[in-house]
Design a protein around this ligand. Structure first.
Ligand SMILES: Nc1ncnc2c1ncn2[C@@H]1O[C@H](COP(=O)(O)OP(=O)(O)OP(=O)(O)O)[C@@H](O)[C@H]1O
Ligand SMILES: [Mg+2]
Length: 501
């Protein structure tokens, strides 16, 4: 670990209206995992996009193995051994997993100039298996879940034999048990001398996996420390620059009486049915591993998927055939995958935020611009969305700030029942506390919430009850104060057949 493989010196990057980076220095050594932390919009992804040739810096220089380099496009960076797994997936939905991994690569072209399909599929399979995943690599990516897409991104980056691997929030789409598998891959790469930059908001991961940590704030570098020489509190205060206070709100003030939603005998798998009720003002948590049925359950209630079973709302039996029916009943749904389902990324924050309530803020054909502006101001402030203006195209916001726009979009509908999946994925710790406070306030004013999350501290901190799902069945219920991480994981991973004796 003597000489750095990479030196970035005085890196500055300006976008119209935004100075994303201001004179940042960053060094990387072979065989280290170097965490990069900072609030949403601090400049982490921008710095890494410069390193991987996606953006060009406005000032500063980059040295690889002590030689200055110009990384003017991603291919140049890849050829120099720098691979990146982007925060937002960059996959082609109608190509297969294997095609996505090996797109444009000469390795899979046979002597006659044709694509060697069987070799490509076999290599893709081997790569995905090497990171502990079992996916059908011939399937089109659009039919694969977020988790499989993540696996494909990692496999793709690995296929370049990278010397520097940048992972921009690689765990954001992974549940806890899968994160462990990814860590094994990261450790293996580190032992092979690969230098890894690991961008994450999850504090516990940083302390598990990183050797060093650099903190950015408002486009500037605050510190670089060995992980053994810093603490969680120190990192938080370096990132936020002020006290965060309690992350979770006081739950004891919440009251809930009558049930607003009854789900009866929903068939999630052919073997098992689920029934439960949600009370007014309650935050009902759902925990389950990938494939446990929590996601299907959300889609069923919101009318995105069909199946057997009935729904009652305020005691009345209701038929929900599609999302429009669900919205009419006061149900809103925050999907887990903002990339595909949550946002129109080419449109502005303003247009996205008021999309579901256009009827409410327009008279006939004309939108009340003033009302639109006021609503936008309110939520940009409430969720501290970092943007130069309401007119900014969502695509140009940082990942965490995009997530906040999706959340705002559904909150503006003022629903009676809000179903949220992974609401704070990729959101920094300061903004998380604000979002939790907001959710709590809403529940106090009578909003009923179904909170589906793989982040166990969030579930435990926010929920009044937690239902655990396993293989399409509700296997246990924990009341407030009863659940801990170990119990949740145990219930979620036990085989059903062993449990139902
Ligand atoms: N292409 C772009 N055009 C204009 N502004 C941009 C562009 N890319 C990033 N920005 C802005 O630069 C700043 C830094 O963004 P960046 O994506 O680097 O943040 P980040 O630290 O990765 O945040 P997050 O944790 O939310 O992912 C933000 O204010 C963002 O809106
Ligand atoms: Mg980012």
């Amino acid at each position: 670990m003597d000489k750095p493989i990479l030196i970035m010196e005085g890196i500055t990057k300006e976008f119209p209206g935004v100075k994303a980076l201001d004179g940042v220095d960053f060094e990387l050594y072979p065989g280290e995992v170097h965490a990069l932390m900072g609030e949403n919009g601090a400049g982490k992804s921008t710095l890494m996009k410069i390193l991987s040739g996606v953006y060009q810096h406005t000032a500063g220089k980059i040295l690889l193995n002590e030689e200055e380099v110009t990384l003017n496009n991603p291919t140049v960076a890849q050829e120099l051994g720098i691979s990146i797994i982007h925060q937002e997936f960059n996959l082609f939905p109608n190509l297969s997993a294997a095609e996505n991994i090996f797109i444009d690569r000469k390795e899979i072209i046979s002597a006659s100039g044709k694509i060697n399909w069987s070799r490509m599929n076999a290599e893709a399979k081997a790569l995905t298996e090497s990171i502990g995943a079992d996916i059908d690599v011939r399937r089109e990516v659009q039919y694969l879940g977020v988790h499989s897409q993540q696996v494909i991104e990692i496999a793709k980056a690995l296929s370049f034999n990278a010397k520097i691997l940048i992972m921009d929030e690689p765990s954001a789409a992974l549940p806890e048990d899968e994160v462990q598998k990814m860590f094994d891959v990261v450790k293996q790469l580190r032992n092979n001398g690969v230098a890894i930059v690991y961008v994450s908001h999850r504090m516990n991961e940083i302390f598990k996996i990183a050797d060093k940590v650099t903190v950015l704030r408002d486009g500037g570098k605050v510190s670089t420390n060995k992980i053994t020489e810093t603490t969680e509190d120190q990192l938080i205060s370096e990132m936020v620059g002020k006290e965060v206070g309690d992350l979770y709100p006081d739950k004891t003030k919440r009251i809930f009486n009558e049930s607003v939603l009854n789900v009866n005998d929903f068939d999630i798998t052919s073997k098992h049915k689920v029934s439960f009720s949600l009370r007014r003002g309650e935050i009902l948590g759902f925990f389950g591993l990938v494939g446990s049925g929590t996601h299907t359950l959300a889609e069923r209630i919101f009318g995105l998927k069909k199946g057997k079973g009935t729904v009652e709302i305020n005691g009345k039996s209701i038929l929900i055939k599609n999302p429009k029916d669900a919205m009419k009943q006061g149900i809103a749904y925050l999907p887990p995958d903002r990339h595909r389902q949550g946002l129109v990324k080419e449109s502005s924050i303003r247009e996205n935020m008021t999309l579901p309530i256009l009827k409410r803020i327009s008279n006939g054909l004309i939108i009340d611009k003033k009302a639109e502006q006021v609503i936008n101001e309110e939520y940009i402030e409430k969720l501290s969305i970092k943007t130069p203006s309401q007119n900014q195209v969502v695509n140009l916001l940082s990942g965490g700030n995009q997530q906040k726009v999706v959340l705002a979009k559904w909150l503006t509908t003022k629903p009676d029942i809000l179903i949220m999946e992974e609401p704070t994925r990729g959101v920094d710790v300061g903004a998380k506390a604000e979002i939790y406070r907001l959710i709590n306030e809403l529940s106090l004013s009578g909003l009923s919430i179904i909170l589906i999350s793989t982040e166990m501290p969030e579930l435990i901190g926010m929920s009044d009850r937690i239902l655990v799902m396993n293989e399409g069945n509700i296997v246990n219920e924990f009341k407030n104060g009863e659940a801990d991480q170990q119990k949740l994981l145990k219930e979620a991973s036990n085989s059903i057949d062993k449990m139902v004796v």
